[in-house]
Design a protein around this ligand. Structure first.
Ligand code: PLP
Length: 471
């Protein structure tokens, strides 16, 4: 026992020091070196816990990615808020299983509290239920499972008895720039290409409403529409008033993929983008992105609690139902045994408070807009999205015999080589682009100013070199 307690103390001391001093943004070792550290024979005899933790630290550190750092812009990932980390450690220390109320009344009621706060913060229908899942991929799965059951039942198909056998064709409408996880969730649910209708999108990845209206009019059967609140590259928002009108007119289920963008609902000044989102039937949103809850944290929000429960139904004689005033987390989740995810979300929300959540989202949006404005003024660089949210998409422009895509990829390599930022390229509408995600809690004005300076300097140097080569 003493050795295990010292392992715990070591992890706590190390954790505090690690976050205080920071660490390299980029992993310093690749897979072969990491394999040499981790993939060793498993000894017959066990070892002292504190020594094992020491070894784990030595093995893992060279392969860590600095997404808790303010200069991390590569993907839409949060910074793992430390109050949340502490609560998450306690979830493990307490060893709670959030399967049912009986397994852990505290875990169940913490989730009930967070359910209420989230519905309130996001101003979504208060009767909705929330499942505490691993992330937006599974939140989408849960929302779309509820959607599948509801639209098929409405069409007179008994999905609970027949599954998808003999079911009418369900058409699912989504942007051609929808996040890939929606496609994965749909595949898990037994939907294939024949079910999908990809709707063309504009430069923000926003669905073209007339095209959606036309497509929906072509099908008589059950329908699901998936809208996006925060396109993964641009942060673009679908026209939710139009989507909700169409869904209503067609008796369709409207699901909103709002993995990060749904948090814009906390800002009154963003109402033009986010209003009417509350008219949807289900929403997926992450805790581990903008809210900074440590991994893994996602929320599956469904207006029709009964449709939610029916989609996730899991009963057995040995699983005693919650007492009348309790709440069984498994009714809203695709898993039975699982981590008590509510504690970390509860702690982060308490730590930030309403104003803290608003300030965080507002600051990141303002910083992204400031960076976009600065980059727009740099000769040879172009910002390709309208920056309403936290995402900035920019690229090098061609000229003087330079391939713009190659220049963009070259630029990001140079920026990353400085070790002071972590950025990534992607493809957007047929072009190589650099996508800056301003989403880690520590990212502030200084980090954005330094990023702007660095981009300007490195681009000026690269541009001169490219021009010389072209001559
Ligand atoms: C718009 C969108 N939807 C879904 C996801 C998937 O979320 P997760 O990685 O939490 O499963 C992401 C992840 O970046 C996203 O940006």
């Amino acid at each position: 026992m003493a050795a295990e307690v010292s392992a715990l103390r070591r992890a706590a001391d190390y954790g505090a020091a690690f976050r205080h001093k920071g660490h390299p943004l980029h992993p310093v070792e690749g897979a072969p070196a990491l394999r040499r550290r981790f993939c060793r024979p498993l000894d017959e005899a066990g070892r002292d816990g504190a020594a094992v933790i020491e070894d784990l630290i030595a093995a893992a550190e060279p392969g860590l990615v600095g997404n808790t750092d303010g200069a991390f812009f590569a993907w839409v990932m949060g910074g793992s808020n430390l109050t949340g980390v502490a609560a998450d450690w306690l979830a493990s220390v307490w060893g709670q299983n959030a399967a049912t109320y009986q397994c852990s009344p505290a875990a169940a009621i913490a989730e009930e509290a967070v359910e209420g706060w989230i519905l309130d913060l996001l101003d979504l229908p208060r009767e909705s239920s929330v499942g505490f899942v691993t992330g937006a991929t599974m939140a989408g799965f849960v929302g779309l499972a509820a959607a599948r059951g509801a639209v098929l039942r409405r069409a007179g198909h008994d999905i609970d008895r027949l599954g998808l056998q003999g079911a009418p064709l369900v058409k699912i409408y989504l942007s051609d720039e929808a996040h890939v996880s929606n496609h994965t969730a749909l595949r898990f649910l037994g939907f294939g290409e024949a079910n999908l209708v990809r709707i063309g999108s504009d430069g923000q990845g926003v669905m073209r409403v007339p095209e959606l209206a036309e497509a929906m009019a072509r099908h008589e059967g059950p329908k699901i529409v998936i809208g996006q609140a925060g396109q993964i590259n641009t942060g673009g928002f679908d026209d939710f008033a139009a989507l909700a009108d169409l869904a209503q007119a067609h008796g369709a289920w409207l699901h909103v993929d709002g993995a990060f963008g749904l948090w814009l609902r906390v800002l009154p000044e963003k109402a033009a983008l986010t209003s009417a989102i509350e008219r949807a039937d289900s929403w997926s949103v992450d805790g581990h992105k903008w809210l900074q809850v440590p991994y893994d944290s996602g929320f599956a929000i469904i207006r029709d609690r009964e449709a939610h429960r029916r989609a996730m139904d899991m009963t057995a004689a040995y699983i005693a139902p919650a007492p009348d005033d309790g709440r069984d987390p498994k009714d809203y989740n695709p898993e039975l045994s699982r981590r008590a995810r509510g504690f970390a979300a509860w702690a982060v929300l308490q730590g930030l408070g309403r104003s803290g959540v608003r300030d965080l989202v507002r600051r990141h949006c303002a910083l992204a807009a400031a960076l976009a404005e600065r980059l727009s003024g740099v000769a040879g660089l172009g910002v390709l999205n309208q920056v309403d949210c936290n995402q900035v998409v920019f690229a090098c422009e061609g000229g003087e015999g330079t391939d713009p895509d190659a220049a963009t990829r070259h630029l990001v390599e140079r920026l990353n080589a400085t070790g002071t930022v972590f950025l990534r390229t992607t493809d957007w509408k047929g072009r190589a682009v650099i996508r800056v995600s301003v989403i880690a809690e520590p990212t502030g004005r200084d980090e954005i100013d330094r990023l702007g300076d660095l981009i300007e300097d490195e681009w000026a140097r690269l541009r001169r070199e490219l021009a010389e080569v072209a001559r």
